[in-house]
Design a protein. Sequence first.
Length: 362
Amino acid sequence: MVDRRQFIKATGAAGVTGMAGLSGCIGGGGSTTVSILTWTGYDGVNDQVEEALDGVELEISVADGSANMFSTVNAGGGEQYDIVIPNNEYVPRFIDADLAAPVDMDIMTNFDALYPTFQSAAEGQFSDGDDVYGMPVQFGWYAYGYDSSKLPEDHEHSYDVLFSEEYAGVDLTGSITLYDGYYKSIMATGLALGYTEAFEGDTVSFTDEQLTTIEETLTEFKPNLLGFIHDEETLTQDYQNGNIAVSFANRSTHVGIMNDVDSVEFSQPKEEELTWFEGAVVTAGSSNKEAAFQVLNEYISPETGAALSENRNIMNTSQDAMDNIEKESLQIEPGVLEGMIPFKPAEKDDEWIEMFQRVKNA
């Protein structure tokens, strides 16, 4: 008998791996297969979810990013996948394209345990009229990590450190890394320059003058960087080799680094941090909507939610789940979520992409 949870073939959609196209099939025991297009690590709690939901089997496929998830479903994958879990800024695209089903709140009994920040996000960014179309599942944020053996822990925590040759009396020349991705690095530069008003609407809307200043700032400071890096393995090696003093990247990336390098700490800068969260969508074309919402409810349950977070080194949007987590590096104070800026689409996305390429080629 084929184990549907194994990644045994490609689906044919670019950047998607896994076994899909069986959504809605009934197994020999009368089970319902819920097919999920998501990130790595979700398969780590398959057994736990299936044990909690009698008669439900999970089939996980992994996509290469949120854009790929959207294009796959928009090209007809909405009948192939029951659940898709992109980052939050992509959920409105699913809603606008009529690809998402309204959330069945009667099934989502764990919704009230979400941190207020994410309840508000679901009822705001993920809503259309009176209906909610996405469910926050896991989250993190972008700020900077640093080597406390080089930069003292009592330094003024600010994004200014990312654009300083010297900070708190420490020479940072050639020991700073920025995220290798246009979206995060441009937004971080904008925050360092004080352009907070650009984040107030439904999109991130820097003016032409602000974009010019952001490009000039990145270009002028580029010679002082070790490089644009985002993957955990490379950052860990560079920290171990003493090459990095400060790095701008995802908190979950730094959590992984902190597990291997004792001197690495993660900062909470005085400026606003950029938070992302995975917004799970049950597709409009799903024939297993009830079972799909049961699975989502399990992902934010106290037990499974905690296991999912510990498996992926990523925080859960449910405070009840977070209260069950023992791993110290994942512990947070609820107040840390106050004032964070959620990811939003870039108003001039094509211009951002072209600008970042110019910076990297400079």
